[in-house]
Design a binder for this molecule. Structure first.
Ligand SMILES: NC(=O)c1ccc[n+]([C@@H]2O[C@H](COP(=O)([O-])OP(=O)(O)OC[C@H]3O[C@@H](n4cnc5c(N)ncnc54)[C@H](OP(=O)(O)O)[C@@H]3O)[C@@H](O)[C@H]2O)c1
Length: 232
């Protein structure tokens, strides 16, 4: 990451996932990176968005490991015990919608709240949150997947709003929502075969290149893995 200061410190949330683990591995291979802390539901400290107190505990115990130049939020949920993505309105279930918002919107928002105060001051820092192109309202031509789309659209609003706030205290910071493309992972596994799939390591490489190129004036934007700016 040439744009970050030498000896930069990185924090990855969702590091047990396909993209989170690939991102953490590539940061560990970067000789300019001094520290990569990779957190997940099974790490120490653990971060579980269904137990928001874990964010308080993690942020408290990591305060001395920062300040962070790079915070990557690579968590996400498309399907799980509460169900599969809805094909139509009749498939909406409150439990699945609430679970999607807990993991895709509220958890990342609380992560921003807890780790923004630990961002580096007076030098470059980037907070990149994995969103999804299907969370774009302007790009929604197919319908379906109500809970996932709505929770990612709400996440995008959180990212944009946090970018405005952080610009006041951290003028060199970039806060961005990123779309990784269609990537082979547990999240996408039930839908395999409909699109071109890429290994997570290729997507992680592209995402880090996009992050490397973002400037403070880009903060609050929504970007795809190929550098294309996406509509809200
Ligand atoms: N794969 C794609 O094609 C694709 C496309 C567009 C956007 N994305 C986005 O990319 C991001 C990463 O997805 P992925 O493909 O790497 O999926 P993945 O391999 O399933 O990883 C999902 C990650 O989210 C974590 N997570 C799930 N529920 C959580 C909770 N309650 N608290 C904390 N962490 C939780 C998982 O932790 P556990 O290991 O503990 O479950 C895992 O680390 C997501 O935001 C996803 O929406 C992916």
């Amino acid at each position: 990451m040439q744009s970050l200061p030498p000896g930069y410190r990185a924090l990855v949330l969702g590091a047990s996932g396909a993209l989170g683990s690939a991102l953490a591995a590539q940061l560990r291979d970067d000789p300019r990176c001094a520290t990569v802390l990779a957190l997940g539901r099974s790490s120490t400290p653990a971060v579980d968005f269904n137990a928001p107190a874990t964010l308080d505990e993690a942020a408290h115990s990591l305060a001395t490991h920062g300040p962070w130049n790079l915070v990557l939020v690579a968590t996400g949920m498309l399907h799980g015990p509460t169900g599969m993505p809805e094909k139509r309105l009749a498939g909406l279930r409150a439990e699945h919608m609430a679970a999607s918002f807990a993991v895709n919107t509220i958890g990342p928002a609380l992560a921003l709240a807890h780790f923004a105060p630990q961002l580096a001051q007076g030098e470059r820092s980037v907070v990149a949150v994995l969103s999804a192109k299907v969370g774009s309202i302007g790009d929604n031509h197919l319908g379906g997947w109500y809970s996932y789309r709505a929770s990612k659209a709400a996440l995008n609003m959180v990212v944009k709003t946090a970018a405005i706030e952080l610009a006041r205290t951290h003028p060199q910071a970039v806060v961005a929502a990123l779309h990784p493309g269609t990537v082979d992972s547990a999240l996408s596994a039930p839908f395999r075969g409909t699109k071109i799939w890429r290994p997570a390591r290729d997507a992680a490489h592209d995402l880090l290149a996009v992050i490397d190129g973002l400037q403070p004036q880009d903060s609050g934007g929504f970007w795809a893995y190929d550098g294309q700016r996406l509509p809200w």
